[in-house]
Design a protein around this ligand. Structure first.
Ligand code: HEC
Length: 138
């Protein structure tokens, strides 16, 4: 009886894990920190929510191969899951800095070649992911 309950609970959790996040256990690299001045920068597109559409296109073109079409990350690539609060609790400036500089040792490329405003559009898009039910972004 107890075994059954444990078994079905783990099956349900497993299915939820697949539905909710492809890298549900992502933990940011504690040594990868934006300097304070970079983290304090504000998104110049914060008052232009329409810019998020372009952000989605940029995301699908440049980021989805590692972070998944829906931004949930991929366990096998150790790539970030953007729905997790460990990511979302960081400032816009910190995420912008991470996108700009990358973390080459851990597989995140630098996107300093993308124009600055496109990188801010991407930050806007990552924030929007957090506000939507996962199913509507698929
Ligand atoms: C080649 C695979 C790859 C591509 C392409 C890629 N990423 Fe990443 N990304 C990663 C990995 C792996 C990590 C986790 C790095 C680590 O462990 O520190 C990461 C981490 C991040 C983080 C930091 C999350 C945290 O730990 O705080 C952000 C933000 C991010 N990526 C955004 C993007 C955006 C936006 C794009 C597209 C412009 C992109 N990434 C493209 C692999 C990739």
């Amino acid at each position: 009886m107890m075994h059954r309950i444990i078994l079905s609970a783990s099956v349900i959790l497993g299915i939820l894990g697949i539905l909710v996040a492809e890298n549900p256990t992502y933990v940011p690299d504690a040594t990868w920190h934006a300097p304070d001045t970079a983290a304090a920068r504000l998104n110049p597109l914060a008052t232009r929510p329409g810019a998020v559409r372009g952000g989605k296109k940029l995301f699908l073109r440049n980021c989805a191969e590692c972070h998944g079409q829906d931004g949930t990350g991929m366990a096998k690539k150790h790539s970030a899951n953007f729905y997790l609060s460990v990511v979302q609790e960081q400032s816009d400036g910190a995420l912008f800095w991470k996108i700009t500089n990358g973390n080459a040792d851990r597989g995140m490329p630098s996107f300093s070649k993308l124009p600055e405003l496109e990188r801010w559009q991407l930050v806007l898009y990552l924030r929007m992911l957090n506000q939507q039910p996962l199913s509507s972004t698929r």
